[in-house]
Design a protein around this ligand. Sequence first.
Ligand code: GLC
Length: 476
Amino acid sequence: MKIVYAASEAAPFIKTGGLGDVAQALPLELSQIPGVEVLLFLPYYGSMKRNPKLETEKVAEFRMPLSWRDQYVGLYRVRSRKRKLRVYLIDNESYFDREPIYGYGDDGERFAYFSKAILESLCQMNLCPDIIHCNDWQTALIPTLLHGFYEDFLGKAKTVFSIHNIEYQGWVHPYFLGDVLGLDVSYDNAFQFQGSHNFMKSAILSCDALSTVSRTYAHEICDPYFAHGLDPIIREHAFKLKGIVNGIDFASNDPKNDPFLERNYDASSFREGKAACKAALQMELGLPVREDVPLVGMVSRLVSHKGMEILCAALEEWGDWDIQIAILGTGDPQYEEKIRALAARFPTKIAAALCFSKDLASRIYGGSDLYLMPSKSEPCGLSQLIAMHYGTVPVVHETGGLKDTVIPFDPQSGEGLGFTFSKFTKDDLHHALRRALTVFACDRNAWGKAVYNGMTADFSWKNPALEYLSLYESLI
Ligand code: GLC
C-alpha cells in the first residue's frame, strides 16, 4: 500500500504544534508495517533551506497553473536511509520563505498552492498512491482539487481528511474559487459556508473518510459548543467519521534517556529519579526545595481554550494552599500578565517561565508530581501523555482526548491514571486537584501505583497506526 501523507508541518523539520508531532510519528510508524510505503509531503520552508544539517536533492522542477497564475514548483527529496518513508519538499520561496510559517493574508493561496503542487508532483512522478491522507485546513483542499483536476491520473486514490483542531478552518472570500483554485461555480456549494468559503467544509464533503484525533472529540465536533460552526456539516457526514487517539513517540519522550533531566529513571526507579528531578526543578525555579510539598506542573500555550480563565481564577486561591505550581508557556498577553502578577504575589508557591523552552519542559515533566491540563476543549492533547510517561499524574478536564486517555484513578483498587473533572468550572478543577492532593499526602502506596500505571501505559503509536491502516484498507 502506498500512502501519501500531506501536512503543513512535521518534526524534526519544522514544528509549531501537535500536528508537527503527529506528522512525524505516524508516517514513520506506518512505514514500519510490512507492505506499507509512505511519502510525506511538506512545504520547503526557508528555515529548512537554511538548515545545513538537512540534506536534500532536487527530483523535479516544473510549472503549475493556479488559476491565471503560472507558478514554479521545485520538488525536493530529503536524503535519508529510510527506504519506506520518503520525505518530499515543495519548494517555492515566494510562498514558503517566511517566518513564522503561518499568519499571512495570502495563507489561503499559499496552502492551495501546496495542496495542488502535491497532486501535480504525483503526476510528474507517475505515481498514483492508494491513499492521500490530508491534515487540517492547510491540506484540506486536496480532495476537491483531486476531483476537479486530477481525476484522470489520481482518480483511484482515496482521500482521508484528519481534523486536528476544528477551530482553524481556512476561511476565504468566495472570489478565491475562480481566482486562485480555478474551479467553476459548480463547486460553489462545496465551499459556501456562512457567506464565505471554507476549506474544511469542502474536505468534509469530498473526502472518502474523515477522522479526528480522539473518540470523544469525534462526538464533540457534532455539537455546536465545540464545532466552531461546522457541526451541521459534520453531523451530515458522521457516517464516515472516526476518532483515532494519537500516540506519542516513546523514543524522543523517554525519562530514561532524556538529556535534560537531572537524573534519568524508568518505571522501576522513579522514586529516586523523580525526587532528584523535583529538587533540581525547585532550585532552578527559585521555589523552596521541599520533598513533601506537591509540585504541580504545566506546559501550555496560555490561551483561552487551554482553560486559562479557570486556571487564573483557581491560582488566586491556591496561593494559600501548601502546594507549588510551575508554569511554562507563552500566549495571550492578558493571561501572561495575570500569571506573571500571581507569580510575583506568591513567589514561594507559583513559578512562571513565560517563554518557550524544550529543556525546561522536560524538567517540568520529570520533576513535577502532578500535571495540570484544564483545557476547555482538547482534540487529543499530547502533553498529558508525555506527563504520564514521565510518571507525573495528570489532573484534567474530561474533554476530547483528555477524557479518552486519562482513566480516573481509583485509590482503592489502584487502577487508573489520573484525576478528572467534568464541568468546566474553577470549583470542579479545585475538587479534582483536592482529590489528587489527598491521595498524594495520605496514601503514598496508592500514589506510587498511579505513577507506575502512567509510566507503563501503552501510549505508543503502534495501535493508532494499525487503526489508520484498517481505515485505509476499508477504503480500497
Ligand atoms: C492539535 C490539537 C491537539 C492535538 C494535536 C495533534 O494541536 O489541539 O489536541 O493533540 O493537534 O493531533
